[in-house]
Design a binder for this molecule. Structure first.
Ligand code: KMH
Ligand code: ZN
Length: 277
């Protein structure tokens, strides 16, 4: 489905980068809320959230997650999407428990993938448990697809368990992970062609695939995810200074494509958040 505006998601932190090497990374709650406000002003409608502990290490601490959801809701109108992927070291029980923080939305990765030198584990039993939990709790899943095989698993999930509680299927193509599908336009087109009928999608290109994936997604009617989780470089030899400059660039390119950024309110309607049935 082509949209007349562009849903922009910011993924400001992730679980991989080190604060010591990337000072712009928001790791405290104050830094995260400040970043969220800047990114909302720049055109983001959704925030994909990973949190850190007092030593800036990735954590899925339930209390911190609940505080984070509350603080982002108090400080912004952004749709709060918690990561259930966490870090590659996180266990399945802790990843399922992320939904106890009652976010608007959560990521749901549809398969295991090599992740650089690591493995990001998403076996079928975990995928279906997490999906059914999203249905029970009415949390909007964003199906994260790192590979074409993940698209096949999404079809299986929908065939066996029906649509999400909100009725709408929204996906994010995560491209250019070392071990996942490459971040190029030919692969983007193949992945989009394989999606379930009626599904909407955004795309993000990791590292140097960021710009080709943005241009391909805008040209193909898709939506965008940007942020320090996905790229640390703004341009060759120039580090990202703050997340909001990635959102500003995405928003400007979306405007040039005649599909300006979607407001958080329109994004809620688009994703079915708050729908009655
Ligand atoms: N940190 C990666 C291992 C997600 O947020 O759901 C997983 C990830 C996906 O970032
Ligand atoms: Zn993530």
């Amino acid at each position: 489905m082509a949209a007349s505006s562009t849903l922009i998601t910011v993924a400001p932190t992730g679980a991989e980068a080190d604060k010591s090497a990337v000072p712009a990374l928001p790791v405290t709650l104050n830094e995260l809320v400040l970043t969220a406000k800047e990114c909302e002003a720049a055109g983001a409608a959704v925030i994909h959230v990973h949190i850190r502990d007092d030593e800036a290490r990735p954590t899925l601490d339930p209390g911190r997650l609940a505080d984070t959801v509350a603080a982002l809701r108090a400080g912004t109108d952004l749709i709060v999407q918690l990561s259930t992927g966490g870090a590659v070291t996180d266990g399945f029980a802790a990843r399922l428990a992320v939904l106890d923080a009652a976010p608007d939305a959560c990521s749901l990765t549809c398969g295991t993938v090599n992740f650089g030198d690591e493995v990001f584990h998403n076996p079928w039993p975990f995928i279906k448990d997490l999906y059914q939990l999203t249905q029970e709790r009415r949390v909007v899943p964003e199906f994260e697809l790192f590979d074409l095989g993940h698209v096949a698993t999404l079809h299986r999930l929908l065939a066996e368990f029906g649509p999400p509680a909100v009725g709408h299927v929204h996906c994010d193509l995560v491209m250019g992970v070392p071990g996942g599908m490459p971040g190029d336009v030919a692969t983007l087109a193949a992945a989009v062609a394989a999606l379930p009928a009626g599904a909407t999608w955004s795309a993000t290109g990791i590292g140097r695939t960021t710009l080709p994936v943005i241009f391909g997604a805008l040209g193909a009617g898709g939506h965008l995810r940007v942020g320090l989780e996905d790229t640390l470089s703004y341009a060759r030899g120039r580090a990202v200074a703050r997340n909001s400059e990635l959102v500003e660039r995405a928003a400007e390119l979306a405007r040039i494509a005649q599909r300006p950024p979607m407001s958080p309110a329109d994004a809620r309607a688009f994703l079915g958040i708050g729908s009655a049935s």
